[in-house]
Design a protein around this ligand. Structure first.
Ligand code: SF4
Ligand code: SF4
Length: 215
């Protein structure tokens, strides 16, 4: 049977909103990376770090503000004053290809695997709710997410990303462990022999951390 056209929110996002979460606006930044993300990506792609990492020095006040707004990154600036972010070129992540992310889901930054979900003080929330709500993000100039705007419930949003709360919690735990280890990589993700970048859909997730998902 011929495959139908992908009508998922992620497939329609760039056209509907003008850009996707892999295409930052002029004053926006892509995912924050940990040393574990960088090690995985280097091992899988053989790319030099400078090719996909942007370094952004933070003042102590900026670092505190960042960690306050993003509880999943608490402690990130404990050993560094520099934020590592995914590099963008010509308005898109260097890993964005014509059919979505070119990194295999097992390689992708943990923040990308999580997006549009992110850790909260307790449990999880939506990145767009840093503005208060998906509706406020839509009117405030903050990054938008078509899936979050179209979802009728949080359960429906989870289902649209084929993830359940258990898997989401496991991904959040993984992010926290990687942030705690930063700026060192976790032992389990230290670089192995380089292999070729695999093609991949924009939002496929590794199965439960083995399935183990901006930013
Ligand atoms: S996660 Fe949200 S912002 Fe990103 S491509 Fe999907 S619908 Fe768009
Ligand atoms: S999902 Fe892939 S293309 Fe999108 S920001 Fe993350 S690494 Fe880049």
């Amino acid at each position: 049977m011929a495959a139908g056209k992908d009508r998922s929110p992620c497939a329609r996002c760039a056209e509907a909103l003008g850009r996707s979460c892999c295409q930052p606006g002029p004053s926006e930044r892509l995912a924050t990376l940990t040393a574990s993300d960088v090690s995985r990506i280097q091992a899988a792609t053989g790319w030099r770090r400078e090719r996909f990492v942007e370094e952004e020095p933070y003042s102590p006040e900026d670092a505190l503000g960042y960690e306050t707004r993003r509880p999943g990154y608490r402690g990130y600036f404990r050993g560094t004053v520099v934020r590592w972010g995914l590099r963008s070129e010509a308005g898109a992540c260097v890993f964005l290809g014509p059919n979505g992310c070119t990194l295999d889901a097992s390689t992708r930054p943990t923040a990308c695997l999580l997006y549009p979900f992110e850790p909260a003080e307790h449990g999880w929330t939506l990145a767009v709710e840093r503005s208060g709500s998906a509706e406020l993000a839509a009117s405030s100039g903050e990054p938008r997410c078509l899936a979050a705007e179209e979802a009728r419930s949080r359960g429906g949003l989870l289902r649209s990303f084929a993830i359940n709360v258990e898997d989401l919690t496991a991904l959040i735990d993984r992010l926290r462990a990687e942030v705690t280890a930063h700026p060192e990589p976790l032992d389990s993700v230290k670089p192995r022999a380089p292999r070729t970048v695999a093609g991949g859909a924009n939002r496929d997730r590794p199965a439960r951390l083995r399935r183990s998902r901006l930013r």
